[in-house]
Design a protein around this ligand. Structure first.
Ligand code: PFF
Length: 442
């Protein structure tokens, strides 16, 4: 039987895990959430949530994953024999399917824009109309989604080292470089400082409980916690790597990229006198319009969509990896077949989401389109429930001796982490839930 693979180094693991974290959450959702939730106060709350709640849960996933040295279902079986905990692994398996089914729709939009940018077809007057026509065109959108999934499958079937790690090793550094180039371009536009102020100078009157909850939800989604993706990645890590440092690096990289995304978008938005609160269209409507007005904008637009493609691919890889590793368990030689079969199933499940901006736009579940419902089901329900269960497992089921050995860090850091996963994280998640249910009922 084929042996279980490992990352070639800690850096390989950090890049892959940061790749999973940094994606649509940081680059697409974060800027429009900052825009619609009052700017810098939201940024601050996001940083606090990431470090105070997201990071401890991320570390819990790393601890469980590396201790288990297996897919999430098997890991829970090994660590708590005879108990129901493997259900968390199965939920991760199911939610991995669902997240990728709608995530790949946006991956497809990015490909559509990139192809247009590369073939000089983005010289249009009305990007709102272009976005609406692309997302409503069933053939184009399904084809683009299929191509995006094919790329994801192709990487994941290559395995941990030759597939996921190799792809992350060149995509992630390029992503950083492109981002820095774009931020410099945006910051040197006339009037850019207004955007910087919007991002960094807090207006305390906007600090509300509701904003805090949105920030916390954003921290979970953008750190990929709760669906066992990070657990699965950590299971390919050797026992001598320090987990705390890796979790901290991933969290900080995620914050840095989120802020860089803000520094690319807001200075440009303000410099051109547009509104920061544009919602999801910020990236597909406002940004291309901005590029259209600056010298060499076409070039920067290509950089931007390549960067978006890398960011979404490295996240999608981790979603497919959850499904593949759980699907094959220890039968590692079945990886290739599993990647293709599950990838194809995800495409089929994703068709209704892809069509929910056109043919199926009238079809709603509890008032949401299928795409929005799949997003809500995972990011507002599945991920918090998974994160809650994972913190409780790490906090109460694993013994102090087990976690001390696994973390291998200063006793004080261990105690603080244990406190956060035992009490602070579960309390925060329960509060988010209860508030949300009240919101729905009222
Ligand atoms: N963290 C990713 C993003 O912000 O785009 C989304 C994500 C990746 C969610 C992997 C869940 C997951 F398992």
């Amino acid at each position: 039987m084929a042996p279980r693979e490992q990352w070639t180094s800690k850096l390989g693991f950090i890049l892959a895990a940061a790749g999973s974290a940094i994606g649509l959450g940081a680059i697409w959702k974060f800027p429009y959430m900052v825009g619609t939730n009052g700017g810098s106060v939201f940024v601050l709350l996001f940083i606090i949530s990431t470090i105070g709640i997201g990071l401890p849960i991320l570390l819990a996933e790393f601890v469980i994953g590396r201790m288990g040295q297996s897919d999430a279902v098997t890991a829970f079986k090994r660590l708590a024999p005879g108990k129901k905990w493997p259900i968390i692994g199965w939920l991760g398996f199911a939610f991995g399917f669902i997240v990728l089914s709608f995530y790949s729709v946006v991956g497809g939009w990015i490909l559509s824009y990139l192809v247009r940018a590369l073939t000089f077809q983005l010289d249009v007057a009305d990007f709102g109309a272009l976005f609406a026509s692309i997302t409503a065109n069933p053939l184009e959108i399904l084809l683009a989604q299929a191509v995006f999934l094919l790329l994801t499958i192709w990487i994941v079937q290559g395995g941990i080292k030759a597939g996921i790690e190799r792809a992350s090793r060149w995509m992630m550094p390029l992503l950083f470089i492109f981002f820095i180039i774009l931020a410099i371009r945006s910051l040197t536009l006339d009037g850019a400082m207004e955007g910087v102020r919007f991002l960094f100078v807090p207006d305390w009157s906007l600090l509300t409980g509701g904003t805090f909850l949105v920030a916390l939800g954003q921290a979970f989604f953008s750190l990929s916690v709760g669906v066992t993706a990070m657990m699965t990645y950590a299971s390919y890590l050797s026992k001598d790597e320090q987990l705390g440092q890796s979790a901290l690096s991933v969290s900080i990289l995620n914050i840095v990229i989120s802020i860089l995304a803000g520094l690319v978008i807001f200075p440009a938005v303000f410099a051109l006198g547009l509104s920061p609160a544009e919602g999801p269209g910020l990236i597909f409507i406002i940004l291309p319009a901005i590029f259209g007005q600056i010298p060499f904008g076409g070039f920067f637009m290509i950089l931007f969509f390549i960067l978006m493609l890398f960011a979404t691919l490295t996240s999608s890889m981790s979603m497919l990896e959850i499904v593949v590793s759980t699907g094959i368990r220890a039968k590692y030689d079945r990886r290739k077949r599993a990647a293709w079969v599950f990838g194809a199933l995800i495409f089929i499940i994703g068709i209704p989401s892809a069509l929910s901006f056109g043919v199926l736009s009238e079809f709603t579940i509890f008032g949401d389109t299928i795409f929005d419902f799949a997003d809500l089901l995972t990011s507002r329900i599945g991920m918090p429930i998974g994160a809650l269960a994972i913190s409780i497992f790490a906090g109460f089921v694993l013994t102090n001796k087990q976690t001390t050995d696994e973390l291998n860090t200063h006793p004080l850091i261990h105690s603080v982490w244990k406190f956060l996963v035992k009490y602070a994280a579960p309390a925060a998640i329960i509060i988010i839930f209860v508030t949300w249910i009240f919101e729905i009922l009222s």
